[in-house]
Write a protein that binds this ligand. Structure first.
Ligand SMILES: [Zn+2]
Length: 416
């Protein structure tokens, strides 16, 4: 298809995007608290990012969507809208239709199409690479193109993933789910694709294993950001516009002695009301919990009786370490959440505190470093960085991580 036949712009979920003038790579660095970047730059580990921060690119601080978890934010980035529109408001939720707690990995829960699918439908070459396979089906929903995970890179087929022989092409073995290599694989594969297939749009999504383990500026964290820096510098050399953002930040959630600050909310409410009167859901829950024990700063509470809700809310709000308790309607409005998929109460804990269900339901034996996690408003600030100049924006614009495609396609300086 010649350029003259391509549509000049497409509209997805109420936002209009220009056709790309150069390949666009949107990178979601899972758990990228901004300090990881500044510390790596200060240590000399990330020279390319350093140049972008120093003015060769443009850098904003953006808000991620709440809860500050992986699935809601990855889906916001690729749809350009908040969870109230796309429907994915956790990694895990209580499905009222089925009456059971389920993973939110299935595209049946996705209420809109993605920017990626729309561009592929319109004739763009699109590629998606994700670290964990749990995101693949959501990110790749209705996508005609390449879509695979590094976790299952040995199982890709042309029919299912739009590509084959990924291991040979990348030159790495399938990495462990709990490793930095799982994310490195994403970047190396992305560079290989840009060298050979040269996709028009590419979405790369990593895992936050390192950020859960290592604080900004530590050697482990700096090594990880050096790896990212090398690979995005190469994508820049290859002529791509790169937008780097994050699904959420990451903070220490432990006391001075290294023990996690946990409020076991199910146990607490059971002690107040008796068993089976409340159900606490932790949307951070996913099959890979060794590094965080399914503990984050956000919880949903479903109550069996509507009366007494205000009293319970008040008691939870009074617990040390709780930042806020919102009703369903308040949370839906304030955090742009789908009201039919959240609890009667929405609970957010303070920066240094996490919320659990019952003590015996959390296996903390895998935590070999003091707990770092996310989920609250304290992890809402994320970087939004582009390797281009940007047209003048209104003073005080609230940037969101789901402005990534708007930034890359509409606001970046065009190739002349
Ligand atoms: Zn994440």
């Amino acid at each position: 298809m010649g350029v003259e036949n391509l549509p000049p712009q497409i509209t997805v979920n109420g936002r209009t995007y220009h056709w790309m003038d150069r390949p666009l790579v949107v990178v979601c660095v899972d758990g990228c608290q901004f300090e990881y970047i500044t510390a790596a730059v200060a240590a000399g580990a990330a020279p390319f990012l350093g140049r972008l921060l120093a003015g060769a690119g443009t850098c904003f601080m953006a808000d991620c969507v709440m809860p500050s978890f992986t699935n809601p934010n990855n889906l916001s980035i690729v749809t350009g809208v908040p969870p109230s529109v796309h429907g994915i408001c956790g990694n895990y939720f209580f499905d009222p239709e089925r009456g059971e707690e389920v993973m939110m990995n299935d595209p049946r829960y996705l209420r809109v199409g993605t920017i990626l699918a729309a561009f592929s439908e319109a004739g763009a070459k699109v590629a998606v690479i994700t670290a964990k396979d749990k995101l693949r089906k959501l990110l790749g929903h209705r996508l005609k193109g390449i879509c695979f995970s590094s976790e299952k890179a040995d199982q890709v087929t042309l029919a299912e993933n739009g590509i084959e022989n990924v291991l040979d092409r990348v030159g790495m073995p399938v990495p462990s789910v709990y490793s930095a290599a799982l994310s490195e694989f994403v970047f190396v594969a992305g560079v290989k694709l840009m060298e050979r297939e040269r996709p028009d749009v590419m979405y790369l999504s990593t895992t936050d294993y390192i950020q859960h383990k290592a604080a900004p500026g530590t050697p482990v964290a700096n090594d990880f950001y050096a790896m990212i820096d090398r690979n995005i510098a190469r994508l820049d050399e290859l002529g791509a516009t790169i937008v780097l953002t994050a699904d959420h930040g990451m903070n220490a959630k432990h006391a001075g002695d290294g023990q996690p600050n946990v409020i076991y909310l199910q146990d607490t409410i059971d002690a107040w009301l008796g068993k089976s009167k409340a159900r606490v859901i932790l949307p951070i829950t996913d099959p890979y919990v060794v590094h965080h024990g399914a503990l984050g700063s956000f919880a949903l509470v479903y109550l069996s009786a509507a009366d007494g809700q205000a009293v319970v809310a008040k008691r939870i709000a009074a617990l040390p370490g709780i930042q806020m308790v919102l009703t369903r309607a308040e949370a839906a409005a304030r955090f742009e959440l789908p009201s039919d998929r959240i609890g009667d109460l929405v609970v957010v804990s303070q920066q240094d505190t996490v919320i659990g269900t019952s003590r015996e339901r959390h296996d903390l034996s895998g935590l070999d470093a003091p707990l770092r996690s996310h989920g609250g408003t304290s992890e809402q600030k994320v970087p939004l960085i582009i390797n281009r100049g940007v047209s003048k924006q209104p003073e005080g614009r609230r940037w969101r991580n789901f402005d990534a495609f708007d930034l890359g396609l509409n606001l970046a300086t065009r190739a002349s």
